[in-house]
Design a protein around this ligand. Structure first.
Ligand code: ATP
Ligand code: MG
Ligand code: MG
Ligand code: MG
Length: 484
């Protein structure tokens, strides 16, 4: 079943059950100062859950574009994490609760394909509930899941929040058993690759306070109403229904991966088994490329542009990681003009604005790649030499001096230096690097102060200006520089 069809069926099922279809919010989370990107379907509904606004409907359904940068290190290595993905969700604002949400999800998941459902084999579905949530446990049993496939799990997995202050609550998740080729039996507690989480039903009931610990944050109190917030990973359902090993092989992503394989001359899957832990490193890279190129497309499409801070910096890092991965696989030319149009063709059927706006999107993307390639050309030889010297001297870490010089003279970002050093089994003296950065900032400040108070003699510049006229500074377009 095509991804677009899964989306359509999800919306149709909940619309037929009294839900209003609400469009996706844009990826930048402008409503919440604590959040860079929308990371779940419920984000646009937060004021309704908190009781700050009255929703115009009691039931809603959406397909929300999401970004989860904390998952970036999982991309390509697990079968199920994208930096961009789409979350199908149904919501109840003080309307139905657990005994409504559980049967609604079960029905769609197990109803036959012919009658508009996803047709999953009920015997392969496992459910989890929060430790003491006997109510949810009993509803699952009544709905058709036997005791041996209902698992009680702790706060880390079964008490959901956005990761920041806001609504939260115990949750109950659905997992699909992909069979012995994907790992050990025993349920999601044993193997989250074989048992693939595809749907989370959150019983939004409490408000959480600040704190970064996933299992230990303050609960401020109860919400004004008992609500439902669910999230079904569209790509994960597509990987199940399309019978592929991971979400980089579904119809909306695979063509990008194939194009990257073609460019780099790699045969995807030649050395890998089905399970994520049997992947060849080249295959992991191809998946990273496919994921990151799609994410870049969606981010620029939603108005984010590469920069040195905030959302733009996230985009820049994702793009650079994709570009470097292509180079590491052996393609040294510009890669995005080859890959971005493929991503557009994958996504435009669902998001036609990407095709209409592609000139603008691609202009940003290609300029960013050119700037990055210039940076790489300038710094790579220096870094390679430094790495060889460090290794032959038997030292475990690249000096802070070197990292600073790369940053300062060649615009080589520290995270890139760290990444390349790590690939060579080295660390970097970050302490030393930071000290030199601080010194430089202090010097710049003193200089600015001196200029203000007129201590610096500027007459030398006057001579340059008289001789050659004003000069246009092109450093920022030719060499992308980082401010860390
Ligand atoms: P996991 O444990 O696999 O990381 P999660 O518990 O963090 O997933 P939830 O916060 O419960 O995920 O999000 C709801 C649903 O969204 C998940 O059940 C899954 O189907 C989907 N999902 C979550 N993170 C991703 C991701 N990085 N890429 C693709 N789909 C995702
Ligand atoms: Mg997760
Ligand atoms: Mg989980
Ligand atoms: Mg979950």
């Amino acid at each position: 079943m095509k991804t677009a069809e899964i989306k359509r069926r999800y919306l149709a099922h909940f619309e037929a059950n009294g839900h209003t279809v609400v469009p996706s919010a844009p990826l930048p989370a402008i409503s919440d100062p604590n959040l860079l990107f929308v990371n779940a379907g419920m984000v646009q509904f937060v004021p309704y859950f908190l009781g700050q606004q009255t929703p115009p409907y009691r039931r809603a359904v959406s397909v929300q574009k999401c970004i989860r940068t904390p998952d970036i290190d999982e991309v390509g290595k697990t079968s199920r994490h994208g930096t961009f993905f789409q979350m199908n969700g149904n919501f109840s604002f003080g309307d139905y609760f657990k005994d409504g949400a559980i049967p609604l999800a079960w029905e769609l998941a197990t109803k036959s394909v012919e009658s508009g459902g996803f047709g999953l084999d009920p015997e392969r579905i496992w459910a989890t509930v929060y430790l003491d949530d006997d109510e949810a446990y009993d509803i699952w049993r009544r709905t058709g899941v036997p005791d041996e496939r209902i698992v009680r799990r702790g706060k880390k997995d079964n008490f959901w929040s956005m990761g920041i202050p806001g609504p939260c609550g115990p949750c109950s998740e659905l997992y699909y058993d992909r069979g012995p080729a994907y790992g050990a039996e025993g349920g999601p507690e044993v193997d989250e690759d074989r048992y693939l989480e595809f749907w989370n039903l959150v019983f939004m009931q409490f408000e959480r306070g600040p704190g970064t610990d996933k299992e230990n944050f303050p609960i401020l109190g109860e919400l004004p109403a008992k609500n439902i917030d669910t999230g079904m990973g569209l790509e994960r359902m597509a990987s199940i229904l399309q019978g592929v090993d991971n979400l980089y092989e579904i119809d909306e992503v695979r063509p990008i991966l194939d194009r990257a394989a073609e460019l780099t001359g790699k045969r995807y899957g030649a050395h890998s088994g089905h399970a994520a832990n049997q992947s060849h490193p080249d295959d992991v890279r191809l998946r990273v490329i496919a994921d990151h190129v799609r994410t870049a497309l969606m981010l620029i499409g939603d108005g984010v542009t590469p920069s040195n801070e905030g959302r733009g910096y996230v985009l820049r890092r994702i793009m650079r990681r994709a570009i470097r991965s292509v180079r590491l696989l052996g393609w040294q030319e510009r890669a995005l003009p080859e890959l971005l149009p493929v991503a557009r063709d994958c996504m435009a059927p669902s998001y036609p604005e990407l095709a209409a706006d592609f000139d603008r999107i691609s202009a940003y993307a290609y300029a960013e790649e050119d700037a990055f390639l210039a940076t790489l050309r300038a710094g790579t030889t220096i870094l390679d030499t430094a790495i060889t010297e460090t290794k032959s001297a038997g030292r475990p870490a690249l000096s802070g001096d070197k990292a600073f010089q790369l940053h300062d003279t060649y615009g080589f970002p520290i995270d890139l230096t760290l990444e390349i050093a790590a690939e060579q089994g080295l660390t970097v003296d970050q302490e030393g690097f930071r000290r030199l950065m601080a010194d430089q900032r202090a010097r710049a400040k003193a200089d600015a102060q001196a200029r203000k108070t007129g201590h610096t003699d500027l007459s030398a510049y006057r001579a340059v200006l008289d001789a050659g006229g004003p000069v246009t500074f092109t450093g920022y377009t030719e060499v992308a520089r980082e401010s860390t």
